[in-house]
Design a protein around this ligand. Structure first.
Ligand SMILES: Nc1ncnc2c1ncn2[C@@H]1O[C@H](COP(=O)(O)OP(=O)(O)O)[C@@H](O)[C@H]1O
Ligand SMILES: [Mg+2]
Length: 254
């Protein structure tokens, strides 16, 4: 069946060991069904995600954010199970970091230091240790001395960087990124993307910026809550682009 046809599955390449994720970041969906607002979003979705870098693509409303929320345990399936690192997320909140599109929806505290330290104190680490660790984490990310800076005075890119540092502070096994770059300019996108490259965490990232996913180990193309394409980044992104172009051509000639 040619690329772009319904049900097309891009063949998976053998995943090499260098692409292996931390076991704590392995994700399994087993027959997951979920309705939101009275309409089904997923209806029996089964998936195993074990690669280090996984991209999620697809039109608005295809289910990317809901998939990420299910993995983080922020929403629970109506049926089926989501496991992260072998544990059912309905029973055990997984050690994931979630980065949202809009940093203003994420940031809770007025200063950078409080925001970064909170990721640690929320996990039972005492304030003094948390402050020392967040200071070190900020310094190692080129933000030395930012602790007292007011978050509202930062640029969008700086806010998103602070959010990234904050979600990394408890050393999660898995980072879930929901279009984190969409409001950032190109240099900031490249800078954050470069920082993400260097992390050893598993990353699952929803993005409309297909270029940023080009080096990912695996890309899933979602359409109306189903996996329309699944495989190496270049094949799946190519099939998605071809599908979108074909849809536009058809609409123009109608
Ligand atoms: N809180 C919600 N209430 C009602 N419907 C929702 C909610 N969240 C998502 N949906 C619906 O679920 C579907 C998938 O949405 P979403 O996961 O946000 O897609 P994407 O991130 O790919 O744009 C859409 O039809 C959307 O309208
Ligand atoms: Mg979304």
């Amino acid at each position: 069946m040619p690329s772009g046809q319904p049900g097309y599955q891009v063949p998976m390449v053998k995943v090499v060991d260098s692409c292996a994720a931390r076991p704590g970041g392995h994700v399994v969906f087993e027959g997951v069904a979920l309705s939101r607002g009275g309409r089904p979003v997923f209806d029996g979705l089964s998936l195993t995600l074990e690669e280090r870098r996984i991209g999620l693509i697809g039109n608005n409303g295809s289910g990317k954010s809901t998939l990420l929320r299910l993995i983080a345990g922020l929403v629970q399936p109506d049926a089926g199970q989501v496991r992260v690192g072998g544990a059912d997320v309905a029973r055990e909140r997984p050690n994931t970091g979630f980065l949202f599109q809009n940093p203003d929806h994420q940031i809770l505290f007025p200063t950078v230091g409080e925001e970064v330290a909170f990721g640690l104190t929320a996990r039972g680490i005492d304030q003094k240790t948390a402050d020392a660790r967040s200071e070190a984490l900020l310094a190692s990310n080129g933000c030395a001395g930012w602790e007292k800076r007011a978050v509202h005075e930062l640029s969008e890119g700086q806010k998103q960087l602070v959010c990234l540092i904050a979600v990394l502070s408890p050393d999660p096994d898995l980072l879930l990124l929901d279009e984190p770059f969409s409001s950032l300019d190109l240099p900031t996108r490249y800078d954050l993307s470069h920082r993400l490259d260097a992390l050893d965490q598993t990353i699952i990232m929803a993005s409309h910026d297909l270029e940023l996913l080009a080096d990912f180990d695996r890309v899933l193309w979602l359409e109306a809550g189903r996996v329309r394409g699944d495989g190496p980044a270049d094949s799946v992104i190519g099939a998605y682009r071809a599908h979108v172009r074909a849809g536009l051509d058809k609409a123009r000639s109608a």
